[in-house]
Design a protein around this ligand. Structure first.
Ligand SMILES: [Cu+2]
Length: 66
């Protein structure tokens, strides 16, 4: 397992939190959003997923990785 913390811009409410957390779940990863800090902590299996795929999934939801 691998854990990464990403700085994500554009998250403003609980809807954003669940969009991102659901997107991580769909990938088979586990995401925790810290809305106040603008951070997303993702735990994933590096044998199944790449960091790029995770970033792409977040960007696909309409947010920017800083
Ligand atoms: Cu929102």
């Amino acid at each position: 397992m691998q854990t990464v913390t990403l700085n994500v811009e554009g998250m403003s409410c609980n809807h954003c939190v669940s969009s991102i957390e659901n997107a991580m779940k769909e990938l088979g990863a586990s995401g925790k959003v810290d809305l106040a800090a603008g951070k997303v902590m993702v735990e994933y299996d590096e044998n199944q997923l790449t960091l790029d795929a995770i970033k792409e999934a977040i960007e696909d939801q309409g947010y920017d990785i800083v």
